[in-house]
Design a protein around this ligand. Structure first.
Ligand code: ZN
Length: 176
């Protein structure tokens, strides 16, 4: 539970999410624990997190995107932590592209095949551990919470660099 609270604080401090959106979960027991719907991820306490049992119906208080978390945990036994966030640069790039290819050192290291942008939720999951849901935000599923934070943060950092590079290229070209 503390890992989720800490992850929420980090997302907020690094400006990877706005006040009330996104959700975070962690595998636990016969299911997972997840932030409740409408909570502020940067300011969570224990009452903002609820358990979801794999064999039972998703509780109403749980995040409205709990079904995606459930789907990923069911299909990927290696996944133990999921972060869904709404970072600005990754999201704005998804308006224009269906795939982004980081050019910075860190981004190339973590995303050698680039990052896919998908149209709908049924395309979330699989080996990549990350997708950008078009015009919505990032879904990151990893072995543990630290990795999920790192991948979220690196993806947004690489997206910011791509955005600034595109902008600068445009300015340089305009000036001839
Ligand atoms: Zn969302």
């Amino acid at each position: 539970m503390n890992e989720i609270i800490k992850a929420g604080q980090i997302l907020w401090q690094l400006k990877l999410n706005d006040s009330h959106s996104g959700n975070i979960s962690k595998r636990s027991g016969n299911g997972f624990i997840i932030t409740k719907t409408g909570t502020m991820l940067g300011f969570l306490d224990k009452s903002d997190i609820c358990p979801v049992d794999m064999s039972e119906k998703i509780p109403q208080a749980a995040s409205s995107e709990s079904d995606i978390h459930k789907f990923i945990y069911t299909n990927l036994t290696s996944c133990n932590a999921i972060i869904h966030s709404h970072p600005v640069y990754a999201t704005v790039l998804s308006y224009f592209y269906m795939h982004i290819k980081p050019f910075d050192y860190e981004g190339k290291f973590y995303f050698p095949n680039g990052i896919n942008i998908v149209q709908d939720r049924t395309q979330i999951g699989g080996d990549s551990g990350i997708v950008i849901l078009k015009n919505h935000g990032l879904f990151v599923w990893q072995d543990n919470m630290d990795e999920a934070i790192k991948i979220t943060s690196t993806a947004e950092s690489s997206s910011r660099l791509i955005y600034k590079r595109l902008l600068l290229e445009h300015i340089v070209q305009q000036r001839g």
